[in-house]
Design a protein. Structure first.
Length: 444
């Protein structure tokens, strides 16, 4: 047994939870098996899908059955997708036959579709039941065939969704009332198709303050429910993925400390290489204006100021637009409104930065006599360049997510580093073009 596991021996589940991120997979399993059985059950259910998969894979085969049968079908399907493929069939075989069929059906869906999120265990009734019959039937269902109960769904013999009824309505109704007369009919229910993307499902939960949503197939047969606790996981997963993409890298498939070193390099090196190649064009642009720089070295002093301002404004705009897209506040059809909005914003922001740059040059010239006799022209050059570069950066940053979405890519790929690299080259062109216009015949 490793030294780390020896240290875990006297620890409670809370202590193990605190140490969990720093432990290797085998050390996690060794610590887990030392827990009290009652604590171990609660601890196992509180783990992430990846953590549960690590425990199941690390346990001897004869001890796995208890833990896989503890999970609901939708949770078990998620865990199986984290388990190495050669082990999956063996783990699936540990389930009882009805659960195995449910899990296999869930695995047929894409992981990020509504069908992949849903639980097939939901409370269901027939429309011709009386209130008393319905309550007795629901009591039997709640003993194990239903994972969570938010609403009760009314189905016909072919599993078509007819309506839904709340528990309050059932308990308040007369004992001989018929479910069909109490339910909210199908046409008034919000449902999601089984192939709807999880981000769209999460957006529906947020828009309508829902606790659960029924999932139906193309023939309107009810397949399961997506619950709010599933959506919390989706929101965290999507937000994590977007934040990592904003940083200019591929999204990680596993927690940071659990990601293999070379996998981390692979996720980061690709984008860094693309950005590096993009920055080479900046060097090419500088080379193109080598003559101007040689004649007026003072222009080179403001290159970092100019291109960083454009990159920063573009990064701001792209982040705002990407987030608005993710929340459903902005659609593809809104691109023209965004251009108008960001054009005005870019001009105002450029004027603000241009004014600051203009005053800074005047102040340094007055205090230190830094820029020579043509300092006023230099100040105007920097100020006008900032207006142009910031406006262009803002427009580019706001439009790039729309272009990527139109082409079928994830708008989050329009990350801050990517936008900054794109604007660097165009910023240099704008800067030296303005300098050539204003300084020709003097410094140039």
């Amino acid at each position: 047994m490793t030294a780390a596991a020896e240290q875990i021996r006297p620890l409670s589940a809370d202590d193990l939870r605190d140490a969990w991120p720093a432990l290797a997979s085998d050390e996690r399993v060794e610590g887990f098996v030392l827990l009290d059985p009652v604590e171990a059950e609660d601890f196992f259910l509180s783990l992430s899908t990846l953590g549960q998969a690590q425990i199941i894979e690390g346990l001897p085969k004869e001890k796995r059955r208890l833990w896989v049968r503890l999970l609901a079908p939708d949770d078990m399907a998620d865990v199986l997708q984290e388990i190495d493929e050669p082990e999956r069939d063996g783990v699936l075989a540990l389930l009882d036959e009805p659960t195995r069929r449910e899990v296999s059906a869930l695995l047929a869906y894409a992981e990020d579709d509504a069908g992949g999120l849903m639980s097939p265990r939901f409370a269901r009734l027939r429309p011709n039941m009386t209130t008393d019959e319905a309550i007795r039937y629901l009591r039997r269902q709640s003993r194990g065939t239903v994972e969570t109960i938010y609403y009760v769904y009314v189905l016909d013999h072919d599993q078509h969704l007819l309506g839904a009824v709340s528990f309050r309505e059932l308990f308040q109704a007369p004992s001989d009332a018929i479910v069909r007369d109490l339910m909210r009919p199908r046409e008034k229910l919000l449902t999601v198709p089984e192939d709807m993307d999880q981000e769209q499902v999460a957006r529906l939960f947020a828009q309508h303050d829902l606790l659960a949503l029924p999932v139906v197939d193309a023939d309107d047969r009810m397949k399961g429910i997506v619950t709010i606790d599933d959506i919390v996981d989706v929101v965290q997963e999507e937000a994590t993925e977007d934040v990592q993409k904003y940083g200019g890298m591929e999204a990680l498939d596993t927690p940071y400390l659990q990601t293999p070193f070379f996998s981390m390099i692979e996720k980061r090196a690709g984008w860094l290489s693309i950005l590096f190649i993009g920055e080479m064009f900046t060097a090419s642009a500088m080379g193109h204006f080598e003559h101007e720089i040689a004649r007026a070295v003072v222009l080179a002093l403001f290159v970092p100021l100019i291109i960083s301002s454009g990159g920063n404004s573009g990064s701001q705009a792209s982040t705002l637009v990407i987030r608005a897209m993710a929340l459903g506040e902005v659609k593809l059809r809104d691109w023209w409104r965004i251009i108008q909005h960001e054009l005005a914003a870019g001009l105002v922001l450029g004027l603000i930065l241009g004014t600051i740059g203009f005053l800074r040059i005047l102040a340094w010239e007055g205090l230190f006599n830094t820029y020579g006799e043509h300092y006023m022209l230099i100040a105007f050059t920097v100020a006008l360049s900032l207006v142009g570069v910031v406006t262009w950066g803002t427009l580019s940053g706001s439009m790039l997510p729309f272009i990527l979405r139109k082409l079928g890519f994830d708008p989050a790929s329009a990350s801050a580093p990517f936008v900054a690299t794109l604007v660097d080259v165009s910023g240099l062109i704008i800067y030296f073009s303005v300098a050539d216009l204003l300084l020709s015949g003097t410094l140039l």
